[in-house]
Design a protein around this ligand. Structure first.
Ligand code: PMP
Length: 437
């Protein structure tokens, strides 16, 4: 008889969202169906941008521009400027591709220069770089832990970490977001249960990209030492953006970098480039050079991208002979504080730490979130809106990413628009009008 094939995609599949399931759950919640959210997400995916990495951008085919609060460009190095100029020079000298994996003949002088600089920046013995931030997590966690190991992971950890943990075959347990009591409970269980784990590794992020929260690093370090666990820290959103000189959450709390066993981060946010790194002891980095799937089988970082990272890191370090890096870090901190405080004063529910450049404004309902996105866009403001499965079903939000390249004038304009639209959509809360539970 005729063979029945499972169709490759279903019409109710929606980019990782299973629309039918969500629809049922929305019905359970007595809320509007997801039509408007789905339409909105499709339009988000199909949008084409020009000059996306400046504080204003235009959409292809449109003449007017939008103020950009959606890009991860914390220090403003992502746009054109001295770093991109150096990347251009490197392209003319070395070409675009790197044409080999690191373990083949992929290592160029620039890679060694960057890795020395990254180790110095982090305060670690050594560092290794990878062509992609996502793969830095998903391919390196499996070279650190295996089936007889336990990973204890913050509930809000990024998809690349979750993939890496799953690929490793280690047992995964999740602790409530930034909840140190829950983390300690899980560490005690790991030590006292009958099964003996070969390694126990705690995995956290510096700044959580959906919550805007900052990891409670001193407590995590205290617990990892008390219970003899390893610590893996993903600084994708904190490196360059947090700490008086941009060295991330370790500097923010005044911790010792050698207390973090695996210092992971990306070059995609504060450095305006692409790729990722892991810093740590020489033994750790040597192990990864030999055993990482990315080092063995994936293209090394392209030289022009390496040059962009070197240039931006040197500016942050003040090696360009100016105080530009310091000023950018200060401006980002000022912008983040100002924007968050003003939103709170207006009556919005804003998640996250005051010192975080990620500012989630809670709209709770997907339907309101879609409307918020559209209304902001009509007023020339572009930002990301986020809903299930990246957040809880009832915790949809707009997520503003602040940048050192935003001017006070731009922020004031955006705030006035959010104020107005927030009134229209009834997104402000008070004691008399508490947020949905
Ligand atoms: N880790 C975290 C915490 C992230 O938020 C991201 C992506 N935003 C990544 C890793 C993956 O990095 P990339 O986008 O550089 O591939």
């Amino acid at each position: 008889g005729r063979e029945e094939y499972t169709p490759l995609y279903r019409t109710d599949d929606f980019g990782g969202f299973h629309a039918r399931n969500i629809f049922r759950r929305w019905q359970d919640c007595f809320c509007n169906p997801i039509d408007s959210a789905a339409t909105n997400m499709v339009s988000l995916m199909e949008r084409r941008f020009e000059n996306k990495l400046s504080s204003r951008f235009t959409l292809t085919g449109e003449s007017h521009s939008y103020i950009n609060l959606g890009s991860y460009n914390y220090l403003g190095f992502g746009g054109l400027g001295p770093c991109a100029d150096q990347a251009e020079t490197a392209t003319l000298r070395y070409g675009v591709g790197s044409a080999a994996a690191r373990q083949e003949i992929g290592t160029q002088r620039l890679h060694v220069q960057l890795e020395t600089l990254v180790a110095e920046f982090l305060g670690t013995e050594d560092a290794i770089t990878f062509g992609m931030g996502f793969a830095t997590n998903s391919t390196n966690i499996p070279s650190l832990v295996g089936p007889d190991c336990l990973v204890i992971s913050d509930k809000m950890n990024h998809a690349s970490i979750i993939l890496g943990m799953r690929l490793s075959g280690a047992k995964i347990r999740v602790f409530a977001h930034n909840d140190m009591a829950d983390l300690e409970r899980q560490l005690i269980t790991a030590l006292t249960e009958e099964r003996r784990w070969r390694k126990v590794m705690i995995v956290v992020e510096g700044v959580y990209s959906m919550e805007g929260s900052i990891v409670l690093l001193p407590d995590v370090i205290r617990l990892k030492k008390k219970y003899g666990a390893y610590l893996y820290l993903d600084e994708a959103h904190s490196i360059g953006a947090v700490g008086a000189t941009g060295r991330g959450v370790v500097e923010y709390y005044g911790c010792d970098p050698t207390d973090v066993d695996i210092m992971m981060g990306t070059f995609t946010k504060s450095f305006g480039a692409a790729g990722g790194y892991i810093g740590g002891s020489r033994a750790l980095v040597d192990h990864l050079r030999a055993h990482s799937h990315s080092a063995a089988y994936a293209l090394a970082m392209p030289p022009c991208v390496v040059q962009q990272v070197i240039a931006s890191m040197e500016i942050i370090l003040g090696r360009d002979g100016t105080d530009l890096g310091r000023r950018k870090i200060d401006t980002l901190a000022r912008n983040s504080h100002y924007f968050r405080q003003r939103l709170r004063q207006m009556g919005f529910i804003v998640y996250g730490n005051d010192d975080s450049p990620v500012v989630p404004l809670m709209s709770f309902f997907v339907s309101k979130t879609a409307a918020l996105y559209r209304r902001l866009k009509e007023h020339g403001v572009a930002t990301a809106v986020i809903a299930y499965p990246a957040t809880k079903l009832t915790e949809a939000r707009a997520r503003f990413c602040l940048s050192a390249s935003h001017t006070r004038q731009q922020l004031d304009y955006v705030l006035s628009v959010v104020d107005k639209v927030g009134d229209e959509l009834e997104l402000k809360y008070s004691q008399q009008r508490p947020p949905p539970a």
